[in-house]
Design a protein around this ligand. Structure first.
Ligand SMILES: NC(=O)c1ccc[n+]([C@@H]2O[C@H](COP(=O)([O-])OP(=O)(O)OC[C@H]3O[C@@H](n4cnc5c(N)ncnc54)[C@H](OP(=O)(O)O)[C@@H]3O)[C@@H](O)[C@H]2O)c1
Length: 332
């Protein structure tokens, strides 16, 4: 029986990964912080599943703590990361733990490492509108021009590859799109720019790169157990991707008020360019958060594929998108 050690087990995706792994009969060790909400994880799993899980406090910034926590695991699934904050904060909570953990993996000769990265790492700003994004699409060469999260995920992947290059550990990098689900809802910045209670919805019938949390969790568990001959990178996306209008319609059906103003992509790029120029000209009286590069990266109309994940991970999303949207919007 494969045993998994899971970092970030108390997070939004992590608890679904733990549940899916226990349901598959895998032995699961959750690596948590002293401050992690383990009670919420226990409540989410229920007593029967909880009895099958081992919880271990681990400091991911400490090599000895990591080595002892992952010893004997057949696979380490690494979800722990910061999603928000400044570049230094994300570096400390995402890149540093990954580096320390990877060293420990190599030393402990753990057979497989599943790194949950993000679709955000791709250099989407420079892709031709309408083209297909797949695993051969280039990673953003200027992640520092994007946002702290993208930067931290690009560097996280690089650090993992460097640390594991000469090791016996197989590296599986998963790049999920936006993960929707109960507690997180179904709205995202991919729809448009949020300003107060308004959203500037970027128009056009483009698909949103979404994956439902349970579908994504099953892909993560598959990546931990499926036979693979070499290191792999897989994007994780659901089959039928919704358009922004469809998501907004689902919100209204669920009784959620979303105030939107349609803006064509070209105008959004121009607004972001002007904003940035003004921020520079006014010696940064406005924070330099919007640039044309970021606008193109977020709202470039692209097509997406999950072909590789389906083929290599032998995975398919089980919850269809209509149901995923309904469940994601049902509460909160
Ligand atoms: N959510 C998305 O749309 C999305 C999309 C693509 C990829 N991803 C990736 O999926 C992973 C999980 O995301 P999520 O949405 O589940 O995030 P989340 O709900 O914020 O959970 C993050 C988890 O990481 C842990 N963590 C954060 N910093 C840590 C540190 N320094 N040391 C140890 N543990 C730490 C947190 O522990 P505590 O519980 O103790 O705070 C929590 O369990 C991340 O790697 C993220 O980049 C997410």
């Amino acid at each position: 029986m494969t045993s998994l050690a899971v970092t970030g087990a108390t997070g939004f995706l992590g608890r679904h990964v733990v549940r899916a792994a226990v349901d598959r009969g895998l032995a699961v060790r959750c690596l948590v912080r002293p401050t992690s909400d383990v009670v919420a994880l226990r409540d989410f799993l229920g007593s029967t599943r909880w009895a099958a899980v081992e919880c271990r406090v681990c400091n991911l910034a400490d090599g000895a703590s990591c080595r002892s926590a992952i010893r004997g695991a057949g696979c380490v699934v690494h979800l722990a990361a910061a999603l928000r904050g400044s570049t230094p904060a994300l570096f400390l909570n995402t890149v540093v733990p990954t580096r320390v953990l990877c060293r420990a993996l190599a030393e402990e000769r753990v057979p497989r490492f599943v790194l949950v990265s993000s679709l955000a790492v791709y250099g989407t700003a420079r892709m031709t509108p309408g083209s297909e994004l797949d695993e051969n699409s280039p990673v953003d060469p200027q992640p520092h021009e994007r946002d702290p999260y993208t930067y931290s995920k690009v560097v996280q992947e690089r650090v993992a590859r460097e640390q594991l290059a000469a090791s016996d550990t197989q590296l599986v990098v998963l790049r999920p799109g936006v993960i929707i689900g109960p507690g997180r809802g179904a709205l995202s910045d991919r729809i448009g720019l949020k300003i107060g209670s308004w959203r500037l919805r970027v128009t056009g019938r483009r698909p949103l790169p979404y994956t439902y949390v349970e579908n994504c969790a099953e892909a993560v568990v598959q990546a931990a157990v499926v036979p693979l001959e070499k290191d792999v990178v897989c994007n994780v996306l659901d089959d039928r991707l919704p358009t922004p209008r469809e998501v907004l319609r689902a919100c209204r059906r669920a009784g959620k008020q979303v105030r939107t103003l349609p803006v064509p992509g070209w105008l959004m790029h121009r607004l972001c360019r002007w904003y940035h120029r003004y921020a520079e000209w006014s010696t940064r009286q406005l924070p330099p958060v919007l640039t044309e590069y970021r606008s193109r990266a977020a709202w470039n109309p692209l097509r997406f594929t999950n072909r590789r994940a389906k083929q290599w991970l032998q995975w398919g999303p089980r919850v269809p998108m209509d149901e995923a949207l309904r469940r994601s919007l049902a509460e909160g």
